[in-house]
Write a protein that binds this ligand. Structure first.
Ligand code: SF4
Ligand code: SF4
Length: 114
């Protein structure tokens, strides 16, 4: 049971919220789709990637998806588009692209999922 009483939090007025963000329980990051903040998204060039996993280690949001010890893409529900993965990649295999452009490419049937 949470030590915080957040019953009916959606009905609270602004006066009831303390200053700064509220994190009522630990380990709740997976429940929040912070990818909505993103203005740029990472796209990985599979040919240049040597699977060193440095992007996975550095990503602050655990948004680099790994399967059987290989990078397979990005979890766009959580990727905030910070670009740390692209900055740290030793092979320059990650490019940060404009989110709006990537979305419109997706709608046209292109592959901009990273
Ligand atoms: S850091 Fe770059 S080379 Fe290494 S796994 Fe990630 S994308 Fe591939
Ligand atoms: S852009 Fe930032 S949040 Fe997204 S995968 Fe790269 S390091 Fe993680």
């Amino acid at each position: 049971m949470s030590q915080w009483n957040i019953e009916n939090i959606n009905k609270w007025s602004w006066r009831k919220h303390p200053l700064a963000a509220i994190i009522p329980e630990a380990g709740n990051a997976a429940n929040y789709r912070t990818g909505g903040w993103r203005t740029r998204r990472p796209i990985r060039d599979e040919d240049n990637c040597n699977q060193c996993l440095i992007c996975f280690i550095f990503c602050p949001d655990t948004a680099v998806k790994v399967k059987e010890e290989k990078v397979v893409g990005f979890e766009l529900k959580h990727c905030k588009g910070c670009g740390i993965c692209a900055h740290e990649c030793p092979k320059d295999a990650i490019e940060m692209v404009d989110e709006a452009e990537a979305e419109s490419q997706e709608k046209e049937g292109g592959n901009a999922r990273g």
